[in-house]
Design a protein around this ligand. Sequence first.
Ligand SMILES: NC(=O)c1ccc[n+]([C@@H]2O[C@H](COP(=O)([O-])OP(=O)(O)OC[C@H]3O[C@@H](n4cnc5c(N)ncnc54)[C@H](O)[C@@H]3O)[C@@H](O)[C@H]2O)c1
Ligand SMILES: O=P(O)(O)OC[C@@H](O)[C@@H](O)[C@H](O)[C@H](O)CO
Length: 381
Amino acid sequence: MRAVHFGAGNIGRGFIGALLDQSGYETVFVDVNEALIHLLNERKQYQVKLAGDDSTIEVKNVSGLNSMKQAQEVVEAIAHADLVTTAVGPNILPVIAKLLSEGLEKRMMDQAGPINVIACENMIGGSEALKQHVLENMEESLHDQLEDSIGFPNAAVDRIVPDQHNEDPLTVKVEPYYEWVVETTAIKGEQPEVEGITYVEDLTPYIERKLFTVNTGHAATAYLGSYYGHSTIKDAMDDYRVKEKVEGALRETGAVLIEKYGFGKEQHRAYIDQIINRFLNPDLSDEVTRVGRAPIRKLGPKDRLVRPAVEYLERVKEDPQHLVEVIAVALSYKNEADPEASQLQGKVSDQGPTAAFKDISGLSDDSRLVQLVEKKYKEMN
Ligand SMILES: NC(=O)c1ccc[n+]([C@@H]2O[C@H](COP(=O)([O-])OP(=O)(O)OC[C@H]3O[C@@H](n4cnc5c(N)ncnc54)[C@H](O)[C@@H]3O)[C@@H](O)[C@H]2O)c1
Ligand SMILES: O=P(O)(O)OC[C@@H](O)[C@@H](O)[C@H](O)[C@H](O)CO
């Protein structure tokens, strides 16, 4: 079996690539990083190290294609693949859609049969969003054929893979924990056989539980950690001021999730505790700059901070004090090496914090959340 995976970065190599190899796939990584592509082709293998566990997984049967220089080869690889996956980041999905649509078009012309494209990104409806970008790049006369033969099942992926500082640039150190959940309804043809995938009929409770617990907690730790002068997630969580506020934010998202999906209170408490312990893993050094990256995306209307805060106001009918504080601190987040953080600070200084927040979150003047964030931001700055 052959897989094409877009994005040979942390989660691509450290999670998806490893499971694809264990499941018997030959994986072609597509990336723009020439150094990584060169090494993948030279060695055809790499190592995944499990943090705190001393064990190493040898990932074999891999190769690489540079999407900037080898576009035609990428198109051919997609035309002959059994599965396509991505882990490039939500903002890059529109970029890869052009080449992906060419590959899928070739595949349909060759009558190579159905295939599934799974976007493994931290967002709600990632594969569906990728499908829309593919359709924008494809002639309308082919849209019905795509609907019939190409599946875009949404997915949730969970494994903390920090930025890597290993001697060997292909090696990836990851936490042992992982979860990969894929929705069955959009699958075309046979369900991909990948060890470690849990198939479910309705992904919504899974992706929301993951995004609004792991990623809300992570973002809260990163922005509060940066505010209090910490550079890693573990250091931030070792500061009781950060930990208390993160736990408070997760009680708020938990109240929404329990009310919405009927998760048991004890079961959800245990889920939160397990996540906090993952953030405190002493064998994993994860920087607040990675976890806090792209703050404009993270302050977006459907993302990990604004969406649960809005739902808390609607469902619990109280003010989400901790989420408000995290949003206010996220609006103040500075990192000159992160283009979105610089853009955010440019917006805040040009428009003022309230107008910048309204613009990014899509909320209106009369939104209670906007008023609460405005007040908190003034208190903190
Ligand atoms: N790292 C984690 O802990 C983690 C866990 C779960 C989900 N995710 C999600 O996985 C996705 C990737 O995250 P990551 O941490 O692996 O990031 P990363 O930066 O390590 O990897 C992204 C890769 O995409 C490549 N890329 C950029 N533009 C490209 C293009 N046009 N074509 C092909 N490749 C391109 C980059 O060169 C890089 O190798 C994100 O959506 C993230 O939210 C990450
Ligand atoms: O990848 P992002 O930028 O959406 O979020 C940063 C981290 O919270 C994220 O990568 C986590 O490590 C991951 O989602 C854990 O499963």
